[in-house]
Design a protein around this ligand. Structure first.
Ligand SMILES: [Zn+2]
Length: 192
């Protein structure tokens, strides 16, 4: 599908004319720290095909969005890896990834798969719920929790969180320095 072109208006320059801090990227860094903890499955064509069949699709055909049935363009994590900047316990697993159109992938946000299906209300909603339940019920490995991490790797997790805090502290310090550098360098030059 072709992306819709919107005409460009002069006022759109506004979003470039502002201070851009390093700390504005904090959530990107928080996501990176959370994502790095996420477990992942090795690719297995058989396991992926079986999962797709459980979703009610033919692994040999073009895939469709598990939510709305439009042609799929990407993979959606059924359970987000990151919730509120913290690792959720869910990873890049075959039974946590469903084919999705871009609209559903973007608009689902923090909603659960069930809530998103309710919002969309497709005519075959009940069949889709059954498919999702079958797909998810065969997930071999339960997601791990923050408590699991604390018990199994207490010292490493403690240090990991310290490093994250230190990265944020350094980003803030760099922002403060940037602000001083910017204001001194742009001060009017003294004559002579
Ligand atoms: Zn969709």
């Amino acid at each position: 599908m072709k992306a819709r072109q919107t005409p460009m208006r002069l006022a759109s320059i506004k979003k470039y004319l502002r201070h851009q801090s390093i700390m504005q990227r904090k959530s990107t860094f928080a996501n990176a720290f959370a994502s790095a903890l996420a477990p992942f499955d090795e690719y297995s064509p058989e396991a992926a095909a079986e999962a797709i069949r459980d979703l009610g699709q033919d692994p040999e055909e073009d895939l469709v969005c598990a939510y709305c049935g439009q042609p799929a363009a990407t993979w959606d994590h059924v359970f987000n890896r990151v919730i509120g900047g913290e690792f959720s316990g869910h990873g890049h697993r075959v039974r946590n990834l469903v084919p999705s159109c871009r609209t559903c992938n973007e608009r689902k946000g923090q909603k659960s798969w069930r809530e998103w299906l309710r919002v969309l209300a497709p005519s075959d909603e009940e069949a889709r719920v059954v498919n999702f339940e079958r797909f998810l019920s065969k997930a071999a490995i339960a997601p791990f929790t923050f408590d699991d991490m604390k018990h199994q790797a207490h010292d490493e997790l403690t240090r990991y969180l310290e490093i994250r805090a230190e990265v944020f502290r350094l980003m803030k310090e760099a922002d403060d320095l940037a602000s001083i550098i910017r204001s001194r360098a742009s001060a009017p030059k003294q004559p002579g």
